[in-house]
Design a protein around this ligand. Structure first.
Ligand code: LP5
Ligand code: MN
Length: 258
């Protein structure tokens, strides 16, 4: 895979025209919801296996406290099935979400997954598709964006990762509680993408045909007309109640429920 160095670099990832590409996000896998993990592992073995590539656009895990947690039994089961899928030559790409941005080389190498920058532009069966987790687009959520800047700071991350794993998990649980409290006070509009931010991103990436993201848990297909360009914004669904994925081939994209 070549790394995207500039905004015109459409050569980054190219889809194999004969097989579909699959996009998922917001699975929030954790040991306390074993039925979702089982559904996901079934999906890897029975659906993803027929794809050219699987793109996981963030929040694969409920949270990720650091790569020293790869030894956890729940994580090992997932890693084993990713490796098995990668060994069949299905490519697996992962982009950080707001829950699992501490995933690094340790997990990716163990799982045979390639980490993607947010955002990443790909050539999707001849269409330009811009991929993102989506949290960066929620700019009306000022409290979250302040929090995001803090925890994405490399020095902050180095200090955090220098603490014992159990201590990190306790701190994350405390932030989760606070996040849930604060979310209950925020309007749905504040927690959605900001249209001006979306527009600026689409223009910065020279009007891609598609923008595919998750995070908001509001699966939908939005048609955007921007300066003479027709753009589709696909929002992926979460896996809390029922798994779903977006599948794209040379005929277009469609959302599929499990
Ligand atoms: O995830 P979701 O969809 O429920 O809510 C998000 C935003 N919340 C978060 C927080 C995460 O859920 C929990 C942390 C994940 C693990 C990260 C690991 C490493 C970090 C460890 C930190 C100790 O992302 C939520 C948005 C919502 O999406 C919709 O977009 O609204 O944002 C919040 O609720 C954030 C609050 O508004 C602000 C929280 C301030 C916390 C300040 C504590 C500062 C201390 C920092 C480090 C110790
Ligand atoms: Mn998210």
């Amino acid at each position: 895979m070549k790394k995207l160095e500039d905004k015109s670099g459409l050569s980054l990832l190219s889809s194999d025209l004969s097989s579909p590409d699959i996009f998922i996000s917001d699975l929030h896998l954790c040991a306390s919801r074993p039925q979702i993990t089982a559904a996901f592992l079934h999906f890897l073995k029975n659906t993803a296996i027929n794809a050219n590539a699987v793109y996981i656009l963030g929040d694969l895990f409920e949270y990720w406290a650091g790569d020293d947690d790869v030894e956890d039994a729940h994580h090992q089961a997932i890693i084993a099935d990713f490796r098995a899928l990668a060994d069949t030559s299905v490519k697996i790409y992962f982009m950080h979400g707001n829950r699992d941005f501490l995933i690094a080389e340790g997990f990716c190498n163990a799982a045979k997954i390639t980490l993607l920058h947010d955002p990443t532009l790909i050539n999707l069966h001849g269409k330009k598709a811009l991929l993102s987790h989506g949290d960066d687009l929620c700019t009306d959520d000022v409290a979250y964006q302040t929090f995001r800047r803090q925890v994405r700071d490399p020095q902050w991350q180095a200090d955090f990762l220098g603490q014992p794993l159990q201590s990190r998990k306790h701190q994350i649980e405390a932030i989760r509680t606070r996040s849930e409290q604060e979310k209950s006070q925020k309007s749905m509009q504040i927690m959605d993408v900001n249209q001006d931010t979306v527009t600026a991103l689409l223009m910065a990436y020279d009007y891609p045909d598609l923008l595919i993201h998750g995070h908001t848990h509001r699966p939908n297909q939005h048609h955007i007309q921007l300066n003479g360009h027709n753009i589709t914004r696909w929002v992926l669904g979460d896996w809390y109640e029922q798994g779903s994925y977006l599948v794209c081939d040379r005929n277009g994209c469609k959302s599929v429920g499990l």
